[in-house]
Ligand binder design. Structure first.
Ligand code: UDP
Ligand code: MN
Length: 468
């Protein structure tokens, strides 16, 4: 650029002297006019930039990206000006200086800014695998999940997409603390495209990007039953699973600990995650605890969860999600709409590497699993879901305290269930969306030397360690 301009200046000088000399050739006069035109344009643009830089503008209207490009133009122009004039111009403008304060990145601020420009927040994969329009916070209805009733005051979470209602209930042994989150999205089946509820203020803008809208409605509730137990990894497992579940709308997380009393550390972890939950306890019967043989892990917890559903739930779907497994959120959107029982593959199960129904020509022809063990349903705990209505029509259905046969026993207890009634999810069992991951066991943390570390942060974090 610099070279080009020097070139032009040179011509400018020579044409001026040509003019003084009387007659000019046609070529020379064209060059002169061109030079005058370019110079005038440059001066005009520079003046305009100066005018813009003097004009105050509201921070909410400033998008960082635009700031950058405008200062880029400004520095480019000033560079041009510096070269065009024999008088030197202050070069400091070539380094871009922000013209507005850096935008904060809290969700609320972003939401408001988006609200100012488009008033609807485009969420990608928050509750579905397809991009979803989420209505602005004011549009969110405070609601309950399943058969829950709100009983206490409200608070707003830091996320623009959720309004949480904290309530306290008590049922039996359970210390229950429930956070109810409103459904933030429209029906978000992987098959169904999501919708928005445009308000008058953003209707016009929304129509610029989307042509059709479907009325938003809450999708069927999901009840996720998670057995958990006290160990060093417990809070890490719950945190990872919890943040997966946070991507799923209209869900109640039933966290049930194999213990006689709840642990405040678990409660705090669940509060921090912000997924609607019930935290309960259901200890493994003493006779199974004492055994030297394989234990029925998580069975009393899951049966407590089933009992809770029989009392409180009327519709939707239940799923047993162990705290240590890995889940692709699209499986939740698929299981939401099942009518009775659904199954799908689970990775990292036995020597086959995957446990799955075998489907041929759209029909179930058997099960693939490294250990069949005479089971009618040789499936993993993470590989099936059941409709709440279907469960409630079978009052005796429950999980047996029989190690290795928990899934089979529970599914058998759902009889009558014809294999033709089972739905096969995850692309008719051609995909793997859940994995039976296992976390390495950690030795219990050693005791903290309280004298040595007195009045340090270690006194605090030591309280956060889960010791057996
Ligand atoms: N679990 C439990 N009590 C126990 C052991 C396990 O409640 O004594 C829970 C555990 O948190 C998990 C589920 O039961 O959610 C299955 O346990 P684990 O992952 O140890 O079994 P695996 O996956 O190896 O079969
Ligand atoms: Mn496990």
């Amino acid at each position: 650029m610099k070279g080009t301009y020097t070139h032009l200046s040179m011509y400018s000088g020579s044409s001026a002297s040509g003019h003084g000399g009387g007659k000019m050739s046609l070529g020379k006069s064209i060059k002169m006019y061109l030079t005058i035109f370019v110079l005038t344009t440059c001066i005009y643009m520079a003046l305009y930039q100066y005018h813009l830089s003097r004009e105050p503008f509201a921070a909410s209207e400033v998008v960082k990206h635009q700031e950058k490009s405008s200062s880029y133009i400004a520095s480019y122009l000033s560079l041009l000006m510096a070269n065009s004039s024999s008088n030197s111009i202050n070069q400091s403008t070539t380094t871009s200086t922000p013209t507005a304060p850096t935008t904060t990145t809290t969700a609320g601020t972003v939401g408001q800014k988006l609200g100012a420009s488009s008033a609807s927040i485009r969420m990608v994969s928050l509750a579905a695998t397809t991009p979803t329009f989420v209505s602005s916070p004011s549009q969110l209805r405070s609601g309950s999940v399943g058969g829950h009733r709100q009983t206490a005051g409200t608070k707003t979470s830091s996320s623009t997409t959720t309004t949480t209602t904290t309530m306290a209930t008590a049922s039996g042994l359970a210390t229950t603390k429930t956070t109810t989150t409103t459904a933030t999205t429209a029906k978000t089946s992987a098959k169904t495209s999501a919708a928005a509820t445009p308000t008058a203020s953003h209707k016009e803008n929304a129509h610029k990007t989307r042509t059709t809208f479907v009325a938003a409605s809450e999708p069927p509730p999901l009840y996720i039953i998670t057995p958990t137990y006290r160990r060093p990894e417990q809070l890490a497992e719950l945190t990872r699973l919890g943040y997966t579940l946070k991507h799923v709308a209209n869900l109640l997380w039933l966290v049930i600990e194999d213990a006689n009393a709840t642990n405040p550390l678990v409660g705090h972890t669940l509060d921090r995650i912000g997924v609607p939950y019930e935290y309960m306890v259901a200890p493994m019967p003493e006779k199974y605890k004492q055994t030297k043989r394989a234990k029925p892990r998580g069975v009393s917890n899951r049966n407590r969860g089933l009992e809770y559903l029989r009392q409180h739930a009327t519709e939707g779907v239940l799923y047993f999600a162990d705290d240590d497994n890995t889940y692709d959120i699209s499986i939740f959107e698929q299981m939401r709409y099942i009518s009775k029982v659904a199954m799908w593959p689970v990775g990292l199960v036995t020597k086959t590497g995957v446990s799955s129904p075998i489907i041929k020509n759209g029909k179930l022809v058997g099960y693939y699993d490294g250990w069949i063990g005479g089971r009618k349903y040789p499936v993993d705990m993470a590989g099936f879901a059941v409709s709440v209505k279907f469960l409630k029509e079978r009052p005796d259905a429950q999980m047996p305290f029989k190690p290795g046969y928990e899934e089979d026993g529970f599914l058998r207890s759902l009889a009558p269930l014809d294999s033709t009634e089972i739905e096969f999810l995850a692309d008719e069992c051609r995909d793997i969306l859940t994995w039976h991951t296992q976390t390495k066991k950690n030795a219990p943390a050693q005791a903290l030397n309280r004298t040595h570390y007195k009045d340090t942060n270690l006194e605090h974090i030591d309280q956060l360690l889960v010791r057996p």
